[in-house]
Design a protein around this ligand. Structure first.
Ligand code: APR
Ligand code: PHB
Length: 459
């Protein structure tokens, strides 16, 4: 133990061998990799505590034959956009973090998700030095189209917001860039971390445990960032009487396809049609992404490509339909729409970020962008804590993040409500919807409200 350098980051592996272990003696194999001096304390403390409690060498071996204990400053649960952007933000400031991800990289990178980045997100990628490909391949959109029963109208977002725009760049590409740069920056990602359990969140010393290839693992840390999405373990680790949740389930879903065909239009088209909502989007000049509103009970098998293209053309209207190139889809899936917020976003030393705390319907493409703004607040707060010892950023994290989250929830709910066909919709409701879209078309003030929300509200 004495030979382990404690003045620089080291990671220690403590190995307890078949029944012959004495505290601090043979059988404890110490591998200095890259952890911290705190770890040395933790390793000694565990063994010393066990011995003090009357444990014999053999008892230790019975507890666990091999136990790898790592210490870090921030344990990040989940390697989606929230977890990986936070890991990069912390790495940039020299803050030690370990990311634990339940799946493997190919799975996380391969998930087809949205692809519209707010200005805040592209700015962050540039700040982090991750934008080389984004700047080359991202499609900057200064405007978007709103269609009502086939009639198109353009919202000039850049003109209405003093030059802000959105950038079309798939979440898969963002994830690829985040992962590619990770190891060179010393970001440690543990893939296939099974059965993650969070403990001691209301103490000064949280412990994260999991299984790796069936073996138990443990990570001691100062803080846990719960970036593990809606179904993750983090939100579920907060006592039920602390949490308040708010939810809207929409009575429809989106049937989406990807096809290797040029997009119908150089900007997105959000279409409100008597038959239901449709969206014309893209991933690149040669790859299109289209969606149509569908029933929750529908099956993709009932939507062969030709039926999808026919329905899409009807809803987009003849002007846009004339520019659609049909082709075989290589991805087709149905996603339900929901709004969800869980408050607060902090409990003890656990901080939730991204889908772990909130979900928006995809109308307006806010999901990934909200995950990014959360971790910008959280990253700033953690840097402040480690640099100056001030806890004020951490103390205000939840309220700061929720203030922006709720505005994006409002916008996504509103944009959904004016563009989709609701089952209970009567003539009155339909005319109110039509009036709302016509009002937007005729009013620069209304367009500005839409535009400033669409490009992303300031942090
Ligand atoms: N342990 C470890 N990792 C977990 C666990 C767990 N118990 N549960 C979930 N995860 C991982 C998931 O495998 C996933 O890779 O956490 C990650 C969460 O990523 P996302 O669901 O993408 O959530 P987030 O990073 O908040 O991003 C939100 O991006 O993926 C889109 O639709 C999403 O737009 C939204 C935004
Ligand atoms: C997408 O391209 O997947 C997309 C675009 C805009 C949205 C939602 C999804 O509002």
């Amino acid at each position: 133990m004495d030979k382990v350098p404690v003045d620089q980051p080291v990671r220690l592996t403590v190995k307890v061998e078949g029944g012959n272990v004495l505290p601090g003696h043979a059988g404890i194999v110490v591998y200095p990799v890259d952890s911290s001096k705190f770890f040395v304390v933790a390793a000694i403390a565990i063994i010393a505590a066990a011995a003090k409690n009357g444990a014999e060498a053999g008892d230790l071996a019975d507890l666990r034959d091999e136990r790898i204990i790592v210490r870090t400053s921030v344990a990040i649960i989940g390697a989606g956009p929230a977890g990986m952007f936070l890991a990069h933000l912390l790495a940039r400031s020299g803050i030690d973090a370990v990311v634990l991800e339940r799946r493997d990289r190919a799975y996380v990178e391969g998930r087809v998700r949205a692809g519209v980045l707010e200005q805040v997100t592209t700015d962050l990628m540039r700040d982090l030095g991750l934008a080389e490909r984004l700047d080359r391949e991202g499609l900057v959109h200064a405007g978007t189209q709103i269609s009502l029963d086939g009639e198109l109208a353009r919202i000039d977002m850049a003109a209405l917001t003093g030059g802000s725009a959105v950038t079309v760049y798939g979440q898969q590409e963002v994830m690829h860039d985040l992962f590619e740069a990770a190891s060179a920056r010393g970001i440690q990602i543990v893939w296939n971390a099974q059965d993650v359990v969070l403990e001691g969140l209301d103490t000064d010393a949280p412990v994260v445990s999991w299984r790796q290839d069936g073996e138990p693992r443990e990570l001691r840390c100062d803080f846990v960032a719960g970036c593990d999405g809606y179904h993750g373990v983090s939100r579920a680790s907060i006592p039920g009487d602390v949490l308040r949740t708010f939810e809207r389930i929409y009575p429809f879903g989106w049937l989406g396809i990807l096809a290797e065909v040029p997009p119908a239009n150089h900007e997105l088209i959000y279409a409100n049609h008597e038959r239901g909502f449709a969206l014309a989007s893209m991933r690149s000049p040669t790859r299109s992404r289209y969606y149509i509103q569908c029933g929750l009970d529908e099956d993709v098998m009932d939507w062969p490509d030709e039926r999808f293209w026919d329905e899409l053309c009807l809803r987009l209207g003849s002007e846009a339909a004339a520019r659609i190139t049909r082709g075989p889809s290589f991805e087709k899936s149905i996603a339900p729409l929901r709004s969800f917020v869980s408050e607060p976003m902090r409990w003890g030393r656990l901080f939730l970020a991204g889908d772990a705390a909130h979900i928006v319907p995809p109308t307006g493409a806010k999901g990934m962008n909200l995950a990014v703004s959360d971790v910008m607040f959280l990253g700033e707060a953690l840097v402040e804590h480690y640099r100056g010892g001030s806890a004020s950023g951490l103390d205000t994290y939840s309220s700061r993040a929720l203030a922006r989250v709720w505005k994006a929830e409002r916008f996504s709910w509103w944009f959904t409500s004016i563009t989709h066909r609701f089952p209970e919709m009567d003539g009155f409701a339909r005319r109110i919807q039509t009036a709302e879209i016509e009002y937007i078309r005729g009013s620069p003030a209304a367009q500005r409200v839409l535009a400033e929300n669409y490009v992303g509200l300031p942090l």
